[in-house]
Design a protein around this ligand. Structure first.
Ligand code: I22
Ligand code: ZN
Length: 197
């Protein structure tokens, strides 16, 4: 077996192990169901979903926002969602003038209202810009959800709903986050548009 074939098998096994852990964890599943309700209620009251993360999680934020605004698998009306990671002018201005730790919190202070929901994605749970974003949400009564990993890190105490994905490595945690993200969109659109699951 080639080295690459051995490593892909090892990584698939690790990914399956992390997903199996979530399959057994009914507490995390119940917390996820609460996250679905929060996003659903927000949409029902005219709110919007805002998502942020760093690195691979920034890509996740954009991936998820795209699925809400465009679609996941079935035709339906667009649902308002925005990744706070995409406007390089806003991000560089805030980063340059106020600091990288404020790139999301300042956008939240400028854009979100109390009907909206903020979803932060951070595998370590300790990225300062996500922690600050959650602190601003709390000050302004904006509901917040985090998808995180390990022991939840600092975001655990600052979020309203904290979903901790299993996995020892950042990459495994991210692979579980992707399942959570797709499922969040699937459940919300099914409830809003009467799709069968
Ligand atoms: O995608 C990956 C690793 O798989 C990296 O880009 C990773 O997202 C970056 O190192 C992030 O800065 C990590 O931030 P966080 O998940 O701890 O908040
Ligand atoms: Zn990655």
């Amino acid at each position: 077996m080639s080295q690459a074939a051995r490593i892909i098998c090892r990584n698939l096994e690790r990914s399956i192990e992390a997903k199996n852990e979530l399959l057994q964890n009914t507490e995390t599943q119940a917390e996820f169901a609460r996250a679905v309700d929060v996003v659903l209620n927000s949409y029902q009251q005219g709110g919007r979903l805002y998502v942020a993360g760093n690195g691979g999680s920034a890509a996740d934020a954009q991936h998820l926002a795209a699925e809400f605004v465009s679609r996941l698998a079935r035709d339906r009306a667009p649902l308002p969602a925005e990744a706070l990671t995409t406007d390089s002018s806003i991000i560089t201005a805030i980063g340059n003038d106020y600091g990288y730790d404020q790139i999301f919190s300042r956008q939240i202070a400028g854009k979100l209202t109390s009907n909206d929901v903020f979803l932060g994605i951070t595998t370590s749970g300790n990225s300062p810009n996500i922690v600050k974003a959650l602190q601003v949400c709390r000050e302004r009564n904006i509901q917040s959800i985090v998808f995180t990993g390990h022991d939840g890190g600092k975001v655990r105490e600052w979020s309203d709903i904290c979903i901790i994905a299993p996995g020892k490595l950042t990459s495994q945690i991210q692979e579980v986050h992707l399942v959570l993200e797709h499922t969040l969109c699937e459940c919300v659109e099914a409830a809003l548009f009467d799709f069968e699951l």
